[in-house]
Design a protein. Structure first.
Length: 190
């Protein structure tokens, strides 16, 4: 199984600072995706895509088309998914945040979501962590959506997530982005 890639979630910040942190992260890690607030999508999408990063945003599906984003990240809800997929068509990504709900994750995957984002910090029914359960049972990619640092990976990596979200502290400066992503990358690829 290939090692997990990185799924970054940017806060609302100055576009230049965001791009500097993203560039630093890309220099030391395998950054697959970046989720940006809708108000930043227009100003960072093209630059981020030149770094090989898929850009996700939230809110109205029209934000995706209007800003040239690669896809939409939604809260798990069948109606919202169907509306988003209908609006965006089959070529754009639609991913769903499912929290700790196995039911919602299965529902979104069955509906056709391109990925499910799951909180790995919730209740563990039957002793099987939700990420582990998902990776053993389903083909749809899974994002371990709670931010992690390198020390947390000892517990998370054996569960086989497809994507990992680094600590949000990475957005404080390019140096911090480089340090955090490099330490996670070293643990993912020893």
């Amino acid at each position: 199984m290939p090692p997990p890639r990185l799924f970054l979630v940017a806060p609302d910040m100055m576009p230049g600072e965001l791009l500097a942190c993203l560039k630093a992260a890309c220099a030391v890690g395998d950054v697959a995706s970046l989720f940006v607030p809708p108000q930043l999508a227009e100003s960072v999408t093209k630059s981020a895509q030149t770094m090989g990063v898929a850009i996700m945003t939230g809110g109205d599906p029209r934000n995706v088309s209007r800003n040239g984003c690669d896809g939409l990240h939604i809260e798990a809800n069948l109606e919202a998914y169907e509306e988003s997929r209908s609006s965006l068509g089959p070529d754009r990504i639609v991913g769903a945040y499912c929290g700790t709900s196995r039911h919602q994750a299965m529902e979104m995957a069955e509906a056709g979501a391109d990925y499910v984002a799951i909180s790995q910090s919730g209740f563990v029914p039957g002793g099987v962590p939700i990420i582990s359960w998902w990776s053993e049972m389903f083909e749809v990619p899974c994002v371990a959506f709670d931010p992690v640092d390198a020390a947390s990976l000892d517990t998370l990596l054996p569960q086989n997530p497809d994507f990992i979200r680094p600590s949000d502290a990475m957005w404080s400066s390019p140096e911090e982005a480089r340090r955090i992503v490099a330490s996670i990358t070293a643990r993912i690829n020893p």
